[in-house]
Design a protein around this ligand. Sequence first.
Ligand code: 5GP
Length: 111
Amino acid sequence: MTVYDRNNIFAKILRGEAPCTKVYEDEHVLAFNDINPKAPVHVLVIPKGEYVSIVDFTAKASAEAIAAFWRAVTKIADQLGVGSGFRVVSNHGPNGGQLVFHFHVHVTGRR
Ligand code: 5GP
């Protein structure tokens, strides 16, 4: 498993060192628009904790953090007007197409 790199772009966004268009935030989670959207709604949802990918998050995060993350995903889809139909994708590792090594899910849909 790759070691977490605190200089990844999503860590910088979490620290306020890089900009984002925020759509949702709570104690556990931040969500913002993807800079290169592939659908009318394309949001990235990230936990505030330091996890490299979905595998790392699932293995190490608390049950509370995992539940809060997935509850936020559905809440965000509702909030963005795609609650009746959306996709959730998470790329794990270079072989899975992961480019940013802070766990995130892509939530896509058509408004
Ligand atoms: P993945 O790691 O799942 O392949 O995808 C990373 C995603 O992050 C891509 O869809 C890319 O467009 C998005 N992304 C990369 N850098 C930034 C950034 O600085 N800001 C935002 N909002 N999205 C980014």
